[in-house]
Write a protein that binds this ligand. Structure first.
Ligand code: UD1
Ligand code: CA
Length: 468
């Protein structure tokens, strides 16, 4: 069988994005666009993938990794035809099929590419194009056909005349070619167009004039082939990808209450019988176990949540939450935290880089930072681990079965020994031995009858005021 390789074009800057960041690194569903394209290609049985890089090439190379891939530099961006020609040196003796794709078409599906390859091979075409009918044609090249419907070329929007602009069939920028024929044709490209670039699309006219067989496959769902040139197109791509993710998880047994306000990134995993409530964002490599209740109004980023847990009205970053836990409402779990089985983090509680042991509870209004909390600990409302002295962060250790009184300041570094109890309102600066009581507050003063006297005085004052 003849070999098949892919060429992905990713060297352009993406001027229309008006961004400091190169276009193919803009995120769709939490992942750079170019990574979507490479992931899709990885599902095909290809002999090699060449990625043409240029603008911020180092960053693009850093973002993508796949075993069968090689990067080729295009130092000056002289057009898509010029980009493809950069691979020529690598493919001197190659006599197979190439599939050419753009790094800014992130929604394309592997099945569509398989169909394209199969059709191209079985029809013995020299070129096969994926075409589509987008709702908004802005920026796309149009497919030119003769009276019999044969493809005669592609005209770029900026070079098209009034009649050509009326053509509704657009070029998706995804093609199959016989490499031998393509590599000869790109030698003949010229820069006689509005942008003065070497257009890959011009090879189609060359093929046509040489009576090479050109086929097309039309993709019905135009959104699958959307090319992202602008922020508006980026939004459409994100919206579409999200819809796909929602359907995937619903199909696999997850309840999604409101698809219009739920966002699930492509790398997320969710166990069945979990319920996702409205306005919830599951981002990055977040993993949720079975039978969880997540949301409403919750954001989980690169975090895991074990089965049978609840996270509500909360934000969690880069943390590990184990099974049967209860988080929120209004918890903020910051990176590097681990919340063990059956623990509870309650309302208005912030946890940073801390470990909370099994069955422990931090139910209300607390800050826990750089802390290790053992098992079955109860932290009273309004407790603060005072971890920062203005220069350095210090650690707090709270051993198993400790009971911290409400309104406590635990000034780190400090260790509260196993089974100890601390009195409410204490500012503790020294270690507390196991099983002891630590108390730091002045004696209470009682002045009997004081309040009554004050009320009387106040009454007198008021009546005097009225008289004058
Ligand atoms: C291109 C097609 C257009 C098609 C559309 C589909 C050409 C001339 N036009 O237009 O017919 O409808 O895609 O989305 O091919 N790139 C390089 N080097 C360059 C120029 C571009 O690597 O010198 C890369 C870009 O990074 C991008 C891809 O090629 O990933 C397409 O370039 P872009 O400028 O987006 O082309 P379009 O104007 O969208
Ligand atoms: Ca484009």
């Amino acid at each position: 069988m003849k070999k098949i390789i892919a060429i992905v074009l990713a060297a352009g800057k993406g001027v229309r994005m008006k961004s400091e960041k190169v276009k193919v690194l803009h995120l769709v569903s939490g992942m750079p666009m170019i990574c979507h394209v490479i992931n899709t290609l990885s599902k095909l049985d290809l002999d090699k993938i060449y990625v043409v890089v240029g603008n911020q090439g180092e960053k693009v190379i850093e973002a993508v990794s796949y075993k069968n891939m090689e990067f080729v530099w295009q130092k000056k961006q002289l057009g898509t035809g010029h980009a493809v020609s950069q691979v020529k040196n690598k493919l001197k003796d190659f006599d197979g099929t190439v599939i050419v794709l753009c790094g800014d078409v992130p929604l394309i599906k592997s099945n569509t590419l398989k169909n394209l390859l199969n059709f191209h091979t079985s029809s013995k075409s020299s070129a096969t194009l994926l075409t589509f009918y987008p709702d908004n044609l802005l920026g796309y090249g149009r497919i030119l056909r003769d009276d019999e419907g044969n493809v005669t070329g592609i005209i770029e929007e900026s070079d098209a005349n009034k009649e050509q602009l009326k053509i509704k069939e657009a070029n998706s920028g995804t093609y199959c070619f016989s490499w031998k024929k393509l590599s000869q044709a790109i030698e003949l490209l010229n820069r006689e167009n509005v942008h003065g670039e070497l257009y890959l699309t011009d090879v189609i006219q060359l093929f046509s004039s040489r009576n090479e067989k050109i086929s097309t496959i039309n993709v019905e769902n135009w959104k699958e082939l959307i090319g992202v040139n602008t922020r508006e197109q980026l939004t459409i791509a994100n919206y579409e990808m999200n819809k796909r993710m929602l359907k995937k998880w619903m199909d696999s047994g997850v309840t999604i209450i409101d698809p219009n306000s739920t966002y699930i990134h492509t790398q997320v995993n969710i166990g069945n019988d979990s319920i996702i409530y409205p306005s919830t964002f599951l981002e990055g490599k977040t993993k949720i176990g079975k039978n969880c209740e997540i949301g409403p109004f919750t954001r989980l980023v690169n975090s895991t949540v074990g089965k049978d847990s609840k996270v509500t009205y909360s934000v969690v970053f880069n943390s590990n939450i184990k099974k049967r836990t209860n988080i929120g409402p209004f918890s903020h779990i910051r990176p590097g935290s681990e919340i063990s089985e059956s623990a509870k983090i309650g309302s208005f509680v912030e946890v940073k880089k801390s470990y909370v042991g099994k069955g422990s509870k931090v139910p209300h209004l607390s800050y826990i930072g750089d802390t290790k909390i053992g098992d079955r600990v109860n932290i009273g409302a309004g407790t603060v681990t005072v971890n920062y002295d203005g220069y350095k962060k210090h650690k707090t250790v709270i051993e198993d079965e400790v009971h911290i009184g409400s309104g406590s300041m635990l000034v780190a570094p400090i260790k509260i020994g196993k089974g100890a109890v601390t009195g409410a309102g204490s500012v503790l600066t020294r270690d507390v031995p196991s099983d002891s009581l630590a108390l730091e507050r002045s004696d209470q003063v009682i002045k009997e009858g004081w309040a009554k006297r004050r009320r009387k005085l106040e009454k007198k004052r008021q009546s005097k005021k009225k008289m004058t």
